[in-house]
Design a protein around this ligand. Structure first.
Ligand code: COA
Length: 159
């Protein structure tokens, strides 16, 4: 049986923490769909198309991975794409409360789809897209946290 996992997020922009999680997922699942949410309530720095393109550039070498954008209900999108698993990352205990709510609601909306959690490598447990953007905007070095293409895009946007 082939198992597809869907990894949703805003990815504004994709970081090495996300990529680390996706690499781990590729060892467990036959197909990993990286689902970039439009998520207008977060007023992203990059447009949906830009976030998808950045993620595609970073993950292009991973043959099990597909990147796509969506602006609908995640549970519905997961069903449409035949995903048995919604994958989320847990970096710290502070992530847990929100993730628990999200998993509960998604289970209510799509009882046949299971939410599974993975933890990224320890060196990525303290980063987030917002923190990376803030450091970049103040001229700090973000090289350890994002792909060179993402760093270039961020520096360009911050200019
Ligand atoms: N490494 C580094 N950072 C990570 C990470 C990892 N492995 N995993 C998460 N993060 C960071 C992200 O960069 C993000 O940082 P930010 O808040 O500074 O931008 C933060 O953790 C959490 O973001 P993310 O994982 O992208 O989740 P989100 O809260 O932005 O997105 C959705 C939540 C998109 C999954 C949710 O809103 C959704 O499903 N939307 C679709 C509509 C829907 O179905 N809504 C009902 C949901 S029940």
């Amino acid at each position: 049986m082939s198992v597809t996992a869907i990894y949703p997020g805003t990815f504004d922009p994709i970081t090495n923490g996300h990529s680390d999680l996706i690499q781990r997922a590729c060892r467990l699942f036959d197909r990993v769909i990286v689902a970039v949410a439009a998520n207008p309530k977060k007023t992203p720095l990059f447009t949906l198309e830009e976030r998808v393109a950045l993620a595609q550039g970073v993950l292009g070498g991973m043959e099990k991975v597909e990147v796509c954008g969506f602006d609908s209900l995640l549970a519905e999108f997961a069903r449409q794409r035949g995903a048995a698993v919604i994958l989320r990352g847990l970096r710290a205990v502070s992530d847990f409360e929100f993730e628990f709510q999200l998993a509960g609601m998604n289970r209510h909306l799509a009882p046949d789809v299971e939410t599974l959690f993975l933890t990224p490598a320890e060196k990525y447990t303290f980063i987030s897209s917002s923190l990376v953007k803030e450091v970049a905007s103040l001229g700090g070095d973000i090289e350890d946290f994002v792909d060179p293409a993402v760093k270039a895009a961020l520096n360009n946007r911050m200019r």
